[in-house]
Design a binder for this molecule. Structure first.
Ligand code: TR5
Length: 144
């Protein structure tokens, strides 16, 4: 029982943290984001992969030994995955395939995770669609 109470306390703390993180995140205003400056190279980043449609660069606050963000160079209304339309199918497929290329380049193709946070309740903080490619350690499930 004690353990159960302790667990529910832990859960409550996690829930409170998640709620705080969600309420502290940006909202989707459609305004330019920091990623525009990374694409234009006005702000430096560590680029891992690039082609005509996507850019992949290291996350500034890595959550795993490998943590790379894969983004479309043209946002085209894709501030978040929840805004995707049929016209975005090509770029969405391209982003997923680019994530696999990144995993290969980073030596984690045997086991990696791709995460997309969409919207405030998923703690999205930058409103330019991006795929997190994470690996290099044992990932846990379920995610928080
Ligand atoms: O929370 P979501 O899913 O929106 O992910 C946004 C990600 O962008 C976070 O993991 C941040 O750590 C990452 N981020 C934020 C900035 C940034 C970055 N990654 C690389 N370089 C960055 N610069 C220069 N500036 C940021 N504000």
């Amino acid at each position: 029982q004690c353990a159960r109470r302790a667990m529910s306390r832990v859960r409550a703390t996690h829930d409170e943290e998640a709620a705080a993180r969600a309420s502290a995140t940006e909202v989707d205003s459609g305004a330019p984001t920091i990623f525009d400056k990374i694409i234009s190279k006005e702000i430096p980043s560590t680029i891992v992969y690039e082609d005509e449609k996507v850019l992949a660069f290291r996350d500034i606050n890595p959550q795993a030994p490998v943590h790379v963000l894969v983004i479309p160079k043209l946002r085209d209304g894709l501030t978040e995955l929840g805004k995707a339309e049929p016209c975005h199918e090509d770029i969405l497929g391209h982003l997923l395939h680019a994530s696999k290329i990144v995993a290969e380049k980073e030596g984690i193709v045997d086991g990696f995770r791709v995460v997309i946070n969409s919207g405030a309740s998923a703690c999205q903080s930058v409103y330019h669609l991006h795929l997190h490619v994470l690996g290099g350690r044992q990932m846990k499930w379920p995610p928080g």
